[in-house]
Design a protein around this ligand. Structure first.
Ligand SMILES: [Zn+2]
Length: 536
């Protein structure tokens, strides 16, 4: 009788109303909050999928078994769908947007349930007030932080190009210690940016050692992803090895056609380091374009020393301006610029929002100049003088991308932000990263199996961060879950039209609460701030 009733109720794909089934006399029935019935469990470990029901009570996975026929407030039939851990994005700039869009729709709709902030050496200092503000914002995904080496250095020394004094180093150690105590998961660096670019390796090792001694990892946007790529990988590995902590190359890529193919060597270096006991890993976004500010990407780092005023002063001095321009021409020709001003486009621009979506060739032309490398460099300097714009740089090779993605030490991360729908022309990675890997690189191009891809999005980053209660579907762990159709999941955001949500995800659960279902965000705001290993 019970089974018959349940069977009838399961005829509809999603049973909305709470219902109760009378248990047989003498048994102690469980009552779950939610049961997902009949899905294919891809549990995050990279084991082959298996058929099972999954029961949730409160914020926890209460049981996973071939057939769970106990009472539940709600049963949802997910037959034919994949049930996986919610995805953990270890590199995001979610500070951009999270307070305007606390539901983080662009991430949740891809199945992402945890956002890690503070990458590239940049974080609020101190962390605690910021994390209080995040918690008060009633966000939908979980949220966590790294402490940023660049921000720490800025706080203590400003943006100067010299090594730290003994006293400054001591102050920086204290700030890293404080960041770890306030809940950071480790130290991030952005040695490509100012002031990271001015930091000697030894100084980074010193601070990494502090984070490592408190259980944190080191994660780095490396000094150079073009000409100096292999030196930068060597440095990142050395920081992990000498600092005595896990080290991660973040958004690993090879920038500039001239250097394409370089991932053969960088991956070999990672393999060799791992073989001798260096705990080195990688993360990556699945696109052949990068995004950052035009000023930091197309001007040399030395031109950005000392902040905006100092940069403007350099550009006003004809001799210095000529040097900046020569360096910028080389960057556009061989590195970030992808060899052609057309390969650089503006994502957002405060001083002139209309520039968003235009490429550097069009903007150069719009200024009445012929489209040459020299004039494109002039336009880049002009953009900086006007107040700066965000840029997208098409200069990454597909072969390197796939080689890096397929490597066992690589996990998936977006490097994106919480998008305000319709605003600007941002990199599509914020909307598409996870769905793109599952659609394009698993289903269509078969670069990865589904199980391996999910592992790179869940258990692997969870292990890296020490999130022992998330990232795997297992009884007793937190119920962060994504339900999707492996045959239809895909990214729809493009460089031309980035404001477009991923498709194929049917349900997303965060801390046991349904956050997304039937194509819509729910009213639930179940996200939590997650704290690192040294939180006091
Ligand atoms: Zn970065």
């Amino acid at each position: 009788m019970t089974r018959l009733l349940l069977g009838l109720l399961l005829v509809s794909t999603a049973v909305q109303a709470p219902f109760y089934i009378t248990a047989a006399a003498g048994t102690q029935p469980q009552t779950y909050d939610l049961i997902l019935k009949g899905g294919r469990i891809v549990d995050g470990t990279a084991s082959p999928w298996y058929s099972a029901d999954i029961a949730i009570t409160g914020d926890t996975i209460a049981r996973i078994a071939p057939a769970i026929n106990d009472q539940a407030k709600r049963v949802v039939n997910v037959k034919g769908l994949i049930v996986s851990p919610g995805f953990i994005d270890i590199h995001t700039h979610a500070r951009r947007g999270i307070f305007e869009v606390p539901t983080a729709d662009n991430y949740i709709r891809q199945g992402v349930t945890t956002l890690i902030e503070g990458p590239d050496g940049g974080s609020p200092i101190p962390l605690a007030p910021f994390l209080d503000k995040v918690a008060a914002a009633r966000i939908t995904p979980n949220f966590a932080m790294f402490i940023g080496q660049g921000s720490v250095r800025s706080e203590v020394m400003g943006e100067v190009d010299r090594p730290a004094t003994r006293e400054e180093l001591e102050k920086m150690r204290e700030l890293v210690t404080q960041g770890m105590r306030e809940g950071a998961f480790g130290l991030s660096s952005g040695l490509f940016y100012v002031p990271g670019a001015f930091t000697p390796t030894e100084e980074v090792i010193d601070l990494a050692r502090v984070a490592g001694s408190m259980g944190g990892i080191y994660i780095s946007h490396m000094r150079d992803e073009a000409k100096g790529l292999t030196d930068s990988v060597r440095e990142t590995l050395a920081i992990g090895e000498k600092g005595g902590l896990p080290t991660q190359i973040t958004h690993h890529k090879v920038v500039g056609k001239k250097y394409w193919g370089g991932s053969v060597q960088t991956l070999r270096m990672v393999d060799e380091a791992r073989a001798r006991g260096v705990d080195a890993t990688i993360d990556q976004y699945p696109y052949t374009a990068s995004a950052t500010s035009i000023g930091s990407a197309l001007l040399p780092a030395w031109a950005n020393e000392g902040g905006r005023d100092a940069t403007l002063k350099r550009l006003q001095d004809p001799a210095t301006r000529a040097k900046v321009k020569a360096a910028s021409v080389a960057i556009i020709r061989d590195e970030r610029g992808g060899g052609d001003p057309k390969n650089v486009s503006v994502s957002a621009c405060q001083f002139d929002p209309k520039l968003a979506g235009q490429n550097l060739a069009q903007i150069t032309q719009g200024r009445g100049l012929a489209v040459t490398l020299e004039n494109a460099a002039e336009t880049a300097m002009w953009i900086v003088e006007q107040g700066g714009c965000g840029g997208i740089f098409h200069a990454i090779g597909e072969e390197d991308l796939q080689r890096i993605l397929a490597h066992p030490a690589t996990m998936v991360a977006s490097d994106g932000e919480v998008a305000v729908f319709g605003r600007n022309v941002p990199h599509p990675r914020s909307y598409g990263t996870f769905a793109r890997v599952l659609g394009l690189y698993v289903r269509d191009k078969k670069v990865l199996t589904l199980e391996t891809a999910v592992q790179k999005m869940s258990a692997f980053p969870a292990q890296r961060l020490g999130l022992a209660d998330r990232g795997v579907l297992r009884q007793g762990l937190k119920a962060d879950i994504a339900v999707f159709d492996a045959t239809t999941i895909r990214d729809t955001a493009t460089f031309e039209k980035p404001h477009s949500y991923a498709e194929g995800v049917s349900m997303v659960i965060v801390n046991g609460q349904v956050a997304f279902e039937g194509g819509k965000m729910t009213a639930a705001r179940p996200g939590r701030v997650l704290f690192g290993p040294a939180k006091q």
